[in-house]
Write a protein that binds this ligand. Structure first.
Ligand code: SF4
Length: 693
C-alpha cells in the first residue's frame, strides 16, 4: 500500500528542493520533485532522487551509548547534563562548547543556541556552516549592515548575464544549474561567465570561462570596479543616495594590477565589457570565494561592483551567495554561529543582548563572541574547553588539519555526540552517543539560499529509541536546572523564533518573520514554502535594497576598500597547490549518500586531478596511486590525469573518510589557516608534495 505523498525538503544542499515522498510497502521510500515548490518546480538532482536509497536502517544507532555500551536515555542525558554542569561550575561557561551543523533543522538550532548563549552564558557554539559561508556573512554584514541575501532564485532566470564565481553549480547546486540551463535554452541571448581556476562541469554552459590564478578574485573584481568607473557605468544617483565608501574603494581598486589574475588583457576587457554592458547581471558566488584566508574581502569586492552600479535587489540583478548546506541560512537566522546572536542581532551590541535576554527571560547572556570552529578545536586541544557536544556533523573528517582535530576530541575530558550512528569517525571518540532522528523522521523547517522557509516533514517513526535534536537539547537543559525549555512540538519553537524576529525587527534588523508568530499548529503543519520577510502586518517583499534601505546605522551601504593580497610563496618542498571541493553525487562525509549504490557509480573512490605535464614530471600514470603530503598530514589518492586543472594545481574531493588509513581523507592536508574577519578556513590552497605511492 502506498502512503499519500508528503511534501518535504531535500537535505543535500542549500538549493532546498521540495520533495514529494511516500512510503510504498513494496519498494520502500519513493520520492519525486515537488512540482509546486518554488526552488525546483519538480526537478531533483541525482542526490535528491536517490533519497529513498539513503534512508535505510543499516548502521543506525537504536539506543544511547555510554562508553560504547547501550544505556538508557535517563542515564545518558544525566551524564551529559552532569558533565556540562560540573565543568561550568569548576571552570566557567567558556570551558564548554557545542559544535553543530547546517543539517540541523531551524528548531533544533534555535534551542541549541538559546541554551548556550542565554543559559550557559557562553557563545562557544559554532557550526560546520563556518566552513561553508561565514565569509559571506561577514562580507554582507560589512556592506549591508546585516546578513541579507538581496535577491531570489528567479533572478538567475531573469538575468541577461549570470556570472558564476567560485561555484561549481552544476555539481554542487545541480537544480539551480538546471534552472539556468533551461533559461538559457529558452533565451539564448542570455550569457553565462564562469570564473574558476579549474575547468569544472559548470563550464559546459559558459560563454566565457575565466581560468584566473587561484586566489586572485579580489584583483579581478577590483579591476572590474575600476573599469565601471572609467567607462562611466557608475550609477551616480544610487551611490549618492545609498552608498558610502565609493571613493576609498575606487582608490584601492584603481591601484590594483589586473594582470595578477593571470588573465590576458583581452580576457579582462571582454569580461568588463560584458558585465558593464549588461544591466541585468547576477553574480553567483560560493565556496571558491568563501573558503579563503581573505574570503570576506573577496565577497566585498563583488558587492562593491553591484553597489557602484545600483545592480542590487532588482529583478535579474544582484550579488547572490549560494549556501552549501540545506539549513545554513536557518542557522544564521537563529544565531547559531559563535559571533552572532539570534535573529541577526549583534552579540557585541549591549542593547541587542538585553533584548534577547529579556525575550528569553534567561538567567544570563554571552557578552562576547565565542570561539569559531578552527579556534574551538584548538582550544579543545589546549585543554581550555573540557566538555564538547557535537551535533549532526563529523568534524574528524571535515575540519582542516583533521588529524589534530581527531587528537583534540580524543583528548577532551568529555565528549557527547548526537548522530544517526555510533560509528562515524567522530562518534567513535565520544563518551556518550545519543541517537538522533534523521531526515524522514524529523519535523520542522529549513531556509534555503533565497530565504525560502520550507517544511521538512516526518514520513516515518523514529528509528529505535532515537529522538529529535530539539528534544534531546531541551532534556539536557532541564536536567541542568534551566527553565524555558518546556517545548513539546517544533511548532512551539518556531512560534518563539518568529516572535523573537519581531524583537530584532524593532531593533532595525532584516530578519523578520513576526507575521508567522501566531501560527497555529495546524497552519504550521500545512505551511507552504515562504520567503522571508513576513512582517507583523503580513507584508512580504521578495527582494531587498533596490531603493536603498540598508541596515547600517546610516541606512547606507558600505563599499569597502579591499586589497588583493600578495601571492603566497609556495614552499619548495611542497610545490603543488591543493584545491578541494564536492563531487556531484556525494554529500559531505558520505555517511548517507554512500548508502545508495548508484551514487557511488559517478566516482567510486577518492581521486587527485593532476595536469598531464605534472603527471609526466612525477612519473604518475592514470589510475596510479599518489601519496600526497602537506605540513599537516598525508593521504593516498588515485591519480586522474586531466587538463581540467592547471599545471601546479591539483584537486581532490572532500568526501572520503579513509576509515582504515588516511586514504582519501583530504582534510588532513588542509592547514588550519582562516580568514581573520570571518574565521572561515581556507580549504582551496594547501601547499602539498606528491609522489608515487
Ligand atoms: Fe537536493 Fe540540492 Fe539536488 Fe535539490 S539540488 S535535489 S536540494 S541535492
Amino acid at each position: 500500500m502506498t502512503q499519500q505523498p508528503i511534501c518535504t525538503t531535500c537535505p543535500y544542499c542549500g538549493t532546498g528542493c521540495g520533495v514529494l515522498a511516500s512510503i510504498d510497502g513494496a519498494v520502500g521510500l519513493k520520492v519525486k520533485g515537488d512540482p509546486d515548490h518554488p526552488a525546483n518546480f519538480g526537478r531533483l538532482c541525482s542526490k535528491g532522487s536517490a533519497l529513498g536509497e539513503t534512508i535505510i536502517p543499516d548502521g543506525r544507532l537504536h539506543t544511547p551509548q555510554i562508553n560504547g555500551q547501550p544505556a538508557s536515555w535517563d542515564a545518558a542525558l544525566d551524564m551529559v547534563a552532569d558533565a556540562f554542569s560540573t565543568t561550568i561550575a569548576k571552570h566557567g561557561p567558556d570551558s564548554v562548547a557545542f559544535y553543530v551543523s547546517g543539517q540541523l533543522l531551524t528548531e533544533d538550532y534555535y534551542v541549541a543556541n538559546k541554551l548556550m548563549k542565554g543559559y550557559i552564558g557562553s557563545a562557544n557554539i559554532d557550526t560546520n556552516s563556518r566552513l561553508c559561508m561565514a565569509s559571506t556573512v561577514a562580507g554582507q554584514k560589512r556592506a549591508f549592515g546585516t546578513d541579507t541575501v538581496p535577491g531570489t532564485y528567479e533572478d538567475l532566470e531573469l538575468a541577461d548575464l549570470v556570472v558564476l564565481t567560485g561555484s561549481n553549480l552544476a555539481w554542487c547546486h545541480p537544480v539551480l544549474y538546471q534552472r539556468i540551463v533551461a533559461a538559457k535554452a529558452a533565451r539564448p541571448s542570455m550569457k553565462v561567465v564562469v570564473i574558476d581556476p579549474r575547468r569544472t562541469a559548470t563550464c559546459d554552459l559558459a560563454d566565457m570561462h575565466l581560468a584566473l590564478k587561484p586566489g586572485t578574485d579580489v584583483a579581478l573584481f577590483n579591476h572590474l570596479l575600476n573599469q565601471i568607473n572609467d567607462l562611466g557605468a557608475v550609477d551616480a544617483q544610487f551611490v549618492s543616495a545609498h552608498v558610502s565608501g565609493f571613493a576609498d574603494a575606487l582608490d584601492v581598486a584603481s591601484a590594483t594590477d589586473g594582470s595578477v589574475t593571470g588573465l590576458t588583457d583581452s580576457e579582462l576587457a571582454a569580461f568588463a565589457a560584458l558585465w558593464i554592458g549588461t544591466e541585468k547581471t547576477v553574480t553567483v558566488f560560493s565556496q571558491g570565494i568563501n573558503q579563503s584566508d581573505h574570503g570576506a574581502d573577496k565577497v566585498n569586492a563583488i558587492l562593491n561592483c553591484h553597489l557602484a552600479t545600483g545592480r542590487i535587489g532588482k529583478p535579474g540583478c544582484g550579488p547572490f551567495s549560494v549556501t552549501g548546506q540545506p539549513n545554513a541560512m536557518g542557522g544564521r537566522e537563529v544565531g547559531g554561529l559563535a559571533n552572532m546572536l539570534a535573529a541577526h542581532l549583534d552579540i557585541e551590541n549591549a542593547t541587542h543582548r538585553d533584548a534577547v535576554q529579556t525575550f528569553w527571560s534567561s538567567p544570563t547572556m554571552a557578552k562576547h563572541q565565542g570561539l569559531k570552529a578552527v579556534d574551538m578545536f584548538q582550544a579543545i586541544s589546549e585543554g581550555k574547553i573540557k566538555a564538547l557536544w557535537v551535533m549532526c556533523t563529523n568534524p574528524v573528517v571535515s575540519l582542516p588539519d583533521a588529524d589534530a582535530v581527531k587528537s583534540a576530541i580524543a583528548g577532551c575530558d568529555f565528549v557527547a555526540v548526537s548522530d544517526l550512528s555510533a560509528t562515524t569517525d567522530t562518534a567513535v571518540l565520544a563518551d556518550v552517543v545519543l541517537p538522533a532522528t534523521g531526515w524522514g523522521e524529523k519535523d520542522g523547517t529549513v531556509t534555503n539560499s533565497d530565504r525560502t522557509i520550507s517544511r521538512q516533514r516526518a514520513l516515518m517513526s523514529p528509528t529505535g529509541q532515537s529522538r529529535h535534536d530539539w528534544e534531546i537539547i531541551s532534556d539536557v537543559a532541564r536536567r541542568m536546572g534551566y527553565e524555558g525549555f518546556d517545548y513539546e512540538t517544533p511548532a512551539q519553537i518556531f512560534r518563539e523564533h518568529a516572535q523573537l524576529s519581531g524583537v530584532a525587527a524593532n531593533q532595525g534588523k532584516d530578519f523578520d518573520i513576526s507575521g508567522l508568530a501566531g501560527i497555529s499548529d495546524a497552519d504550521f503543519e500545512a505551511l507552504q514554502p515562504t520567503r522571508w520577510p513576513v512582517r507583523a502586518n503580513g507584508a512580504k517583499s521578495d527582494r531587498f535594497f533596490a531603493d536603498g534601505g540598508f541596515f547600517t546605522p546610516t541606512k547606507r551601504a558600505n563599499m569597502l576598500p579591499v586589497l588583493q593580497p600578495a601571492p603566497k610563496e609556495q614552499p619548495a618542498a611542497l610545490p603543488y597547490r591543493l584545491n578541494t571541493g564536492r563531487i556531484r553525487d556525494q554529500w559531505h562525509t558520505m555517511t548517507r549518500t554512500a548508502l545508495a549504490p548508484r551514487l557511488n557509480q559517478h566516482y567510486g573512490e577518492p581521486f587527485l586531478e593532476l595536469h598531464p605535464e605534472d603527471a609526466l614530471a612525477l612519473g604518475l600514470r592514470p589510475a596510479d596511486l599518489a601519496l600526497v603530503e602537506s605540513l599537516y598530514g598525508t593521504t593516498i589518492l588515485r591519480v586522474l590525469v586531466t587538463d581540467r586543472v592547471a599545471p601546479g594545481s591539483v584537486f581532490a574531493p572532500i568526501h572520503w573518510t579513509g576509515e582504515t588509513s588516511s586514504a582519501g581523507r583530504v582534510s588532513v592536508l588542509v592547514p588550519p589557516s582562516t580568514d581573520p574577519t570571518s574565521g572561515q578556513p581556507d580549504s582551496k590552497a594547501a601547499p602539498v608534495a606528491i609522489k608515487p605511492y
